[in-house]
Write a protein that binds this ligand. Structure first.
Ligand SMILES: [Fe+2]
Length: 177
């Protein structure tokens, strides 16, 4: 698989790079990094409420300080949830899940699109962080990254470049399709 085909399979689509530590990419053990062991995406896309964090807001220091976590969780994310609930009222998406909304909504509905994206991105992001994280990914994920990008460092550089070229907060995800 060359880099182009990898990017087609692993769409670069999310994470706010300016507060993205290397630990974000990392897994504490080889077992956690292998695809079979990675925890499933654990938030309910039907639920437009602020999900609780699975760790304390100071648990990711020194990579993420407590205030940064609190701002992004209780201010940014909470605002996306509140505004999304307001924005979908009396629309075709009232009662729909995030997956349906994001698959259908267009730029003609910026309040729904932006707040649904903000809620989805933050919800997924929280599940990817761990106080036990750190180091380069290993297992199948690490092998795929190395096979495609040549090295983890090259992947990081490209990932950061993609994120910094995005408008706004630069959410970019590496996704296996
Ligand atoms: Fe945020």
């Amino acid at each position: 698989m060359n880099k182009r085909s990898f990017l087609q399979k692993f769409a670069l689509a999310g994470a706010s790079l300016w507060f993205l530590p290397q630990a974000l990419f990392a897994s504490p053990t080889e077992a956690r990094a292998s695809e079979a062991e990675v925890e499933p995406f654990a938030f309910n896309p039907q639920d437009f409420t602020l999900p609780a964090l699975a760790y304390a807001t100071d648990a990711l220091e020194p990579h993420f300080d407590k205030m940064t976590m609190e701002i992004h969780h209780t201010k940014h994310h909470a605002a996306y949830v509140k505004n999304l609930n307001e924005a979908v009222k009396n629309t075709a998406w009232a009662g729909a899940g995030l997956d349906k909304i994001l698959a259908e909504v267009t730029a003609k509905f910026p309040a729904i699109r932006n707040n649904a994206g903000g809620h989805y991105n933050h919800s997924l992001f929280w599940t990817l962080l761990s106080p036990q994280g750190g180091g380069e990914p290993t297992g199948k994920v690490g092998e795929a990254i190395k096979a495609t990008f040549g090295s983890f460092q090259t992947f990081q550089e490209q990932f950061q470049k993609e994120a910094l070229s995005r408008f706004g907060s630069g959410w970019v995800w590496l996704i296996k399709k």
